[in-house]
Design a protein around this ligand. Structure first.
Ligand code: PGA
Length: 249
């Protein structure tokens, strides 16, 4: 099943707001099927355990926005993939452009994170995307290829992986990729993962970057767009539900 929807709450919401939002989503997702309406919520770390409890018996699953490779160690401020998995979390984001941009995460570390997460039974949403200058210089495909090859070239469990195409210029800017731009990038990504040995037709490739109820349907209609990773519009139950309806009708 390729369709997948994800909410990236980033560093937003106070505890009561997070709980309230999740209650509303759990309620709405009661009407959805487990196998066909897979949805992942990525809350801030400190809400993870409560979130895992709240979504029990719901088609929603919980993911961590980041994780450090390994089990235990003297890494002040970090939380390990093993600890995340032990808390009942099912997914982790790797390679989000904000981690690459503001926290200096490079391919070697991202590969370590991805492989360690999978070793500990966490599924991964691996995020890639070009910046505006890269697109303007005509480097989009080269950058996407590099981000895929450097991190996914060996040891990947393709059955526990989704890819998110998130053009950096579209994240949080209100300027989304056009449906044609998204389709072009997604079909390129699918061809590269096929070269890397993936069963490319079964890998969910999500679009992210200023997804909203107003633009979601047209983007989701593209044949290689299998769902979305939603930031800002996932902080409001009604708009996230509207985006879910755009995906599943
Ligand atoms: P946005 O963020 O929907 O607010 O643009 C998407 C993301 O960064 O995952």
């Amino acid at each position: 099943m390729r369709h997948l929807l994800a909410a990236n709450w980033k560093m937003h919401l106070y505890p009561g707001q997070a709980r309230d939002l999740l209650y509303k989503l759990v309620k709405h997702w009661e009407t959805y099927q487990w196998d066909t309406h897979q949805t992942i919520i990525f809350p801030p770390y400190i809400y993870l355990r409560e979130a895992v409890e709240l979504v029990r018996n719901s088609p929603l699953s919980i993911g961590a926005q980041n994780g450090y490779p390994g089990e235990f160690g003297a890494f002040t401020g970090e939380i390990s993939m093993a600890q995340i998995a032990a808390c009942g979390v099912r997914w982790v984001l790797v390679g989000h452009s904000e981690r690459r941009q503001y926290f200096g995460e490079v391919s070697a570390l991202l590969q370590e994170k991805l492989l360690d997460a999978q070793r500990r039974n966490l599924s991964v949403v691996y995020c890639i995307g070009e910046t505006l200058p890269q697109r303007q210089r005509g480097e989009t495909f080269a950058i996407l290829r590099q981000q895929l090859v450097e991190v996914l070239s060996s040891g990947v469990d393709w059955t526990n992986l989704a890819i998110a195409y998130e053009p950096v210029w579209a994240i949080g800017t209100g300027v989304n990729a056009t449906p044609a731009q998204a389709q072009e990038a997604h079909s390129f990504i699918r061809s590269v993962v096929a070269e890397l040995g993936a069963p490319a037709d079964s890998i969910p490739i999500l679009y992210g970057g200023s997804l909203k109820p107003e633009n979601a349907r047209e983007i989701f209609q593209q044949p290689d767009v299998d769902g979305g990773l939603v930031g800002g519009a996932s902080l409001d139950a009604a708009s996230f539900i509207a985006i879910a309806s755009a995906l599943w009708g």
